[in-house]
Design a protein around this ligand. Structure first.
Ligand code: SF4
Length: 480
């Protein structure tokens, strides 16, 4: 008999990766429109957990108006002889995986950022209460993590209670992250990996080090180590460091080998401390996106909770689509916010000296990590909403990238002058009768360009580029 006998919907790993689109959803829980949402697992003494209990505080699923978005919290208590608080983060991260096993429930993200949609078709089939979800979680957790001996689940939809408990949850996340601070990448022999997100991003492999938290921000090196040791067949595994190939960019032979194997050969090199050349892959659960801003040669950072448009004119959602999916995308990188507190934060790219823009509330949240002399030099949405504003702000504040901006401006001016001269020259064939002495030089120049590229053997592929041509001059070969 199936463990899910009598359930109105199916429960199977086959549903992992399912999407529930807005038009197909019955309700949305958490998500970008909602400020207060979270999921939290706590390890408790045996006598404080009522095994199998599912509690709903606030309106149940069918009492929520169809089509709405609601504050939401999932609170899970677990107990077991082998459990300790080190495993809370690991168990909590599995809420994502097991919820996605339930037909018609899509779960995204983690901790204070959860985003869940329940499909109308599953509600029609009989998914009429959160209690089905709770019972499914208890069954899945206890069968896949047998060291969980007792488990109870509480769903909260009462907005006031969520708000109150949200602050407590943030404190608990912060305490978990603080445990690993101070431990250095050089001091350990082993990194740890995670492939939990491969159901959504098939080539994504998280490499978690003491100084580089996972992208989702939910697993520290200690969490991943605890998970790999208690559940060696699970999604977390050790990564022997191997040879240190580049201490600045953060490249290890062992990490390259394991990532190549786990991404089925798709990704063969990873720089853990850089967003250029071979950046870490990005799944879709990242807490924030770092994006390169070529006009100022700096890096902007936007977090999932920011509802506006970043200084490059793109909202988080648009950049997320460009960043995620398990690809290495130079210039876009999904990151865990705790990484901003790390010594190795963009170590190869200039660290905090390269950060030029971030939303005000994110800047406030990581204030303790920003070197004090840079704090006022990093723009927020209140200082700059366009690249031009940003440039002016950075120059005015004499940000470390200001000298590079000046250099680039000088080079651009020189280039503009050169283009002007060239434009005058290119226009001459039209005026050939008035200035015949210029004509021989022009065909020579025009013909040389493709010839030079053919000789060098370079192939240039432009992707996602818009080309604007002010004037196109077509001339017969041979100068006729
Ligand atoms: S972001 Fe990384 S650590 Fe977090 S669940 Fe996904 S693969 Fe695992």
């Amino acid at each position: 008999m199936s463990a899910f006998e009598g359930f109105p919907i199916e429960i199977s790993p086959a549903f992992e990766g399912q999407r529930v689109r807005r038009k197909d959803m019955y309700v949305e829980l958490g998500g970008p429109k909602i400020d207060y949402k979270f999921e939290l697992v706590r390890v408790k003494p045996m006598d404080e957990v009522e095994d199998g209990k599912v509690e709903i505080i606030g309106p149940d699923l069918m009492d929520l108006k169809e089509g709405g978005s609601y504050p939401f919290a999932i609170l899970i208590y677990v107990a077991g002889e082998k459990l300790d608080t080190d495993l809370e983060g690991v168990i909590e991260r599995r809420i994502h995986m097991y919820t996605n096993y339930i037909e018609g429930i899509m779960h995204l993200n983690q901790r204070y950022d959860i985003w869940i949609r329940i499909a109308k078709k599953s509600v029609k089939k009989g998914l009429n209460s959160f209690s089905w979800w709770g019972r499914a979680l208890i069954t899945l957790f206890k069968s896949e993590m047998p060291y969980i001996e007792k488990m109870q689940v509480t769903f909260i939809t009462d907005p006031e209670l969520i708000k109150e408990k949200y602050e407590e949850a943030l404190k608990i996340y912060e305490e978990r992250d603080a445990r690993v601070r101070g431990l250095k990448d050089e001091e350990v022999d082993m990194f740890y990996g995670c492939v939990l997100c491969q159901s959504f991003a098939p080539t994504h492999v998280c490499v978690i080090t003491p100084e580089r938290i996972s992208l989702c921000g939910a697993l520290t090196w200690l969490d991943a180590r605890a998970a790999a040791s208690i559940d060696p067949k699970g999604p977390n595994f050790p990564i022997p460091k191997g040879e240190l190939l580049d201490p600045i960019k953060g490249e290890w032979s062992g990490a390259n080998e394991v990532v190549a194997k786990r991404s089925l050969g798709e990704v063969t090199r990873v720089y853990l401390y850089s967003m250029f050349e071979y950046p870490h892959t990005s799944c879709g659960c990242f807490e924030a996106i770092a994006f390169y801003i070529p006009e100022v040669d700096g890096i902007g950072i936007v977090h999932r909770g920011f509802k506006g448009t970043a200084v490059n004119g793109l909202p988080f959602s648009t950049m997320a689509a460009q960043t995620g999916g398990g690809q290495q995308t130079e210039g876009f990188l999904g990151i865990g916010i705790e990484w901003m507190r790390s010594r190795k934060f963009f170590y190869a790219d200039g660290g905090w000296n390269r950060i030029v823009w971030m939303p005000k509330d994110l800047k406030e949240r990581v204030k303790d990590a920003i070197p004090p002399e840079l704090y006022d030099k990093i723009a927020t949405e209140e200082d700059a909403t366009t690249i031009e504003d940003l440039k002016n702000f950075l120059l005015e504040k004499d940000h470390p990238v200001a000298s590079k901006i000046r250099e680039m401006e000088k080079a651009a001016e020189a280039e503009a002058k050169a283009e002007k001269v060239e434009e005058v020259a290119v226009q001459q064939p039209v005026q050939m009768s008035t200035m015949p002495q210029w004509t021989p030089q022009i065909p020579a120049q025009a013909i040389q360009m493709p010839a030079v590229s053919a000789q060098t053997g370079f192939k240039i592929t432009l992707k996602g580029v818009k080309i604007k041509i002010n004037r196109l001059i077509i001339k017969k070969a041979g100068g006729k």
